[in-house]
Structures are given as C-alpha cells and as structure tokens.
Design a protein around this ligand. Structure first.
Ligand code: PAF
Length: 282
C-alpha cells in the first residue's frame, strides 16, 4: 500500500520502517517528479519497482526552476489522480512536501550552479532553470537518500546535468535513465501537453516528425539536420527555438558515431522540447 508523507520527519521514519522490513541490504529507488503523472513517469516508477526493494516518489512543483512568469501558477496539480497512479504502480512512499518544507528559510541563498553545460540549448531561454533543478534534486536526494534515482530521456539536458552533478559532488546515487514515452503520432509525453489547444496539439507532432526524419537520414551531421529542417519547413505555427546536434554528453557533435538531435519549439503559447539518439556517418 502506498503511504503519503508530507514532512521530512515523516519521510525519514517511513523510509526507515520500509528498509527495516526488507533488511540491511535494501535498495531504495527514487522517482523525483513535479506531479501531473503521465505514462513517461509511470515507466520510471515501473523501472524503480523492478530494480529496487523500496520505491519512493516525490511530488513537488519546485518554484525555483520556473523562469517564465505564469508558468508556475498554471502548472497542473492533480494530486488525487497522481496518488492513485502511484498506488497502482506499487510505489511504497510518496513524499509531497510543502514549499516551506523544502525551502525553510525562504528562497535558497546557496544554490547548486549548473555551469557551462547549462549555457546552451535550454539554458539561454530559461535563465536559472537548471540551477533550480540541481538545487532541488540535491535537497530531495539528501532527504530521501536513494541508492538509485530514475529520470526520463525526454529532458535530456536535465538528465546529463544531474549525472554530472552526482559525479562532481560525489552524491553516491546511481542515475538510471529511461527512454521517452510517445503518443501514437510521436509526440513526446509531457505534462505541458495538457496546455495545448486541439489545433496546437495537432501541430505539436512536427517536433518528433522532424527528429525522426533526421534520425532516418542516418548520414552526416549536415544530412541529418537538413532532413529535420525540411519537415519543419511545412510546419506553420511551430516556432523553432533550436534544432541542434550534439554528442551524447552534449559536447560538439562528432563527425561519426552516436549523437543526439535536440529540438525546442513554441507551439502557440506552449514551449515543447524533444530529442532522439542518432547515428552519424561521414
Ligand atoms: O523533471 C522534473 O520533473 C523536475 O525537473 C525534477 C527533476 C523533479 C526537479 O524538480
């Protein structure tokens, strides 16, 4: 049965009880979320359930990672539905802290800063976003003390930054990633999709269509980008912010071998991101 906890003390006591039930070698898996759970989150919960003895999910809409006015207020918060999904997917513990519980002294004065890796792609459009993500993930890790934490590839830059943070700060958590879950027409699942009007939703499929065309080109960097751009040429009402090729760690794209093709675009008032793995050949 899933248990809901609110405070750090409740969390620590419930975690200790669950670990005690399994024994001293119990592995604790964590899925940090901002709620509005969709099939992408559920795949992470399932991966945690399969690979760990104790599964903890956190639901916290982190004010420190929102840089666009209005985004925080309109972020969906269907808590009852999220708790029911956690129950169905075998989560042991759901931690739903208040803002005061996470930031007891008011907005953080000391942050984890993301550095150079955050100066590209999403960074310029969302000043301070990744500092906010890394700061809250550090706080969540410190409270939950997971052995493994599960993140989706959909937020690829976030995933790479969290991996790097865990390594650089020696946080002792294994970061496990899971592939992006998509709608039948290819649209990557995201809580933001709920904000799309029906006509915006129809246009949103161009992002994944462009990425998949790039991947199918399976040629040089120029060929991959050209194939993706061609799809976007016909995409009225899709305002592309970037379409970029990088190596899998987000360094410069290699001439050949594994790479990542990433896109961000505004569809109406909703900004969407997506990415796929591609194989470059000279
Ligand atoms: O990906 C998210 O949902 C959030 O950025 C995270 C990792 C839960 C931090 O607030």
């Amino acid at each position: 049965m899933t248990r809901l906890v609110r405070t750090r003390d409740e969390l620590a006591a419930a975690r200790a009880r669950l670990v005690e039930q399994v024994g001293p070698d119990a592995t604790v898996g964590m899925v940090p979320t901002m709620g509005a759970l969709h099939a992408g989150h559920l795949a992470l919960l399932d991966a945690a359930r399969t690979g760990c003895d104790v599964v903890v999910a956190s639901i916290f809409v982190n004010p420190m990672q929102f840089s666009q006015p209005g985004d925080l207020e309109r972020y969906p918060r269907p808590l009852e539905q999220d708790l029911a999904l956690c129950e169905q997917h075998g989560v042991d513990l759901v931690w739903v802290p208040t803002v005061e519980e996470i930031y007891p002294g008011g907005p953080a004065q000391v942050w984890v800063t993301a550095g150079e890796l955050a100066a590209q792609l999403e960074g310029p459009n969302r000043p301070g976003h990744f500092d906010g993500v890394l700061t809250v993930v550090t706080k969540l890790f410190a409270a939950v003390r997971p052995d493994r934490a599960f993140f989706g590839e959909k937020d690829y830059q976030q995933l790479i930054l969290i991996r790097r943070m865990v390594q650089d700060l020696g946080q002792g958590v294994e970061v496990v990633s899971a592939p992006t879950v998509r709608e039948p027409d290819g649209l990557a699942l995201s809580s933001r999709n709920l904000l799309l009007s029906p006509s915006e939703r129809a246009r949103a499929r161009y992002l994944s269509a462009a990425l998949l065309a790039g991947r199918a080109a399976a040629g040089s960097a120029a060929a991959v980008l050209a194939a993706a751009r061609e799809v976007l040429t016909g995409a009225d009402g899709v305002d592309v912010d970037y379409l970029e090729l990088r190596d899998p760690e987000l360094g410069p794209a290699p001439a050949a071998g594994p790479a990542r093709l990433l896109i961000a675009a505004r569809v109406g008032s909703v900004r969407l991101i997506d990415n796929v793995a591609v194989e470059l050949c000279p």
